[in-house]
Write a protein that binds this ligand. Structure first.
Ligand SMILES: Cc1ncc(COP(=O)(O)O)c(C=O)c1O
Length: 377
């Protein structure tokens, strides 16, 4: 707790917009405790990892070679097209800091979508223009067209978090065409390993204004490592390299991440993806049997969004049982929507057991059904 003297000094010095800013409520900030963590779209576990602690007296390479080589090989690009970052989140931030003049330039976001684009823009005092997805959760191309010349970066999340759907490839390409002389189109592919055939990485050769964000936090099960990648043409990467911290990737991170990208690591990742997709089918079946689920969104990812008028009471009940999922009800057009991550079998069994108990309680307390507001769907 700060003293009033400390607080008043900070209040005097801090940027006004930061004083007003609401911090991103990440799964590890807003929701604490719990026994089963299905609120951050993490993998349900990882293999034993080892790391050498030699040479920690030395600064690491700016971009560790083995790591960049490994990722370049994984996505069939050259090293000059890759920037390794502290998670995809740092890629978002560095893009905004590199391309947006503070207090002048704007980014475009297409909500409901990942919250960090707007938060990072706010942190840099860049403007955020909102072009909502359509009712079908696809790009509103005419509305995006109207933003030509008014923005520097257009963020598209595909597969989209928190809805789980893919944005149509042709629409993304149409969007890249729209902004080809005026803005970078940043396609966030954090979950692409769950549907790799839908990646736009093949389009990097065609479109200089395409940028792709990737991460090891999801299918590679390394969220705690903080390692992601920005993929773009060498000129974009060179500019970002001026802005990013001088040693973004620590040596232990580089070592573990490089191992995750070798042949064994890639095989393990693929098995993890296959298991997650199988488990996702179980959760889909289970949710589809619940009479109170109004809508279960289709998913190309390791999470499922669903709409229920019981969102609030279910969320609270699950939390009381130690099962943490994510309430997305404050997102545009997602009133009464909850998102559950596909963790491991134990975590999913705990989720199913807790929902089953909730149902039993519901049967004895039917008034619960009227306790929440009506959904948007
Ligand atoms: C769509 C999307 N992009 C980026 C990130 C951030 O990933 P990282 O852990 O690599 O910073 C997340 C994390 O949940 C995400 O859902």
């Amino acid at each position: 707790m700060s003293t009033s003297a400390e607080q008043s000094l900070v209040d005097k010095l801090v940027r006004n917009d930061i004083k007003e800013m609401v911090a991103y409520q990440s799964a590890r900030r807003g929701q604490t405790g719990g026994d089963f963590w299905l609120n951050a779209n993490e993998a349900g576990g990882n293999e034993q990892l080892t790391v050498s602690l030699d040479n920690l007296n030395r600064y690491p390479d700016f971009q560790p070679k083995a790591l960049v080589n490994g990722y370049a090989q994984y996505c069939q690009l050259t090293n000059e097209q890759i920037l390794a970052t502290r998670g995809a989140d740092e890629g978002i931030e560095v893009l905004i800091r590199t391309f947006c003049e503070s207090a002048t330039d704007s980014i475009v976001i297409c909500p409901p979508t990942y919250g960090m684009y707007a938060i990072s823009a706010k942190g840099h005092n860049a403007n955020t223009i909102t072009v909502p997805l359509t009712a079908e959760l696809q790009l509103d191309l005419p509305a995006l067209n109207a933003q030509q010349g008014h923005c520097k970066l257009v963020f598209i999340c595909s597969p989209n978090n928190p809805t789980g759907n893919i944005i149509n490839r042709d629409d993304i390409i149409a969007c890249i065409e729209l902004f080809k002389d005026s803005a970078l189109v940043v396609v966030d592919e954090a979950y692409i390993e769950f549907c790799p055939e839908l990646s736009l990485v093949d389009m990097l050769a065609t479109y200089p204004n395409l940028v792709i964000l990737r991460t090891l936090s999801k299918a590679f099960a390394l969220a705690g490592l903080r390692c992601g990648f920005t993929l773009a043409n060498p000129a974009v990467i060179a500019m970002m390299s001026k802005v990013i911290a001088p040693y973004p990737i620590s040596q232990p991170v580089a070592e573990i991440a490089s191992a995750a990208l070798n042949a064994t690591g890639l095989k393990l990742m693929q098995q993890r993806v296959d298991n997650t997709i199988a488990l996702r089918a179980t959760v889909i079946d289970f949710l589809d049997q619940q009479p109170w689920v109004n809508k279960r969104f289709s998913s190309n990812t390791n999470y499922i969004l669903f709409n229920t008028e019981l969102a609030e009471s279910l969320f609270e009940f699950l939390t009381s049982q130690g099962v943490l999922i994510r309430n997305q009800s404050n997102q545009l057009n997602l009133a009464n929507c909850l998102r559950v991550s596909i963790g491991n079998k134990t975590e999913i069994s705990a989720f199913i057991a807790a929902v089953t108990t909730f149902n039993q309680q519901l049967a004895t307390k039917p008034t619960l059904e009227n306790s929440s507001s009506t959904s948007n769907f």
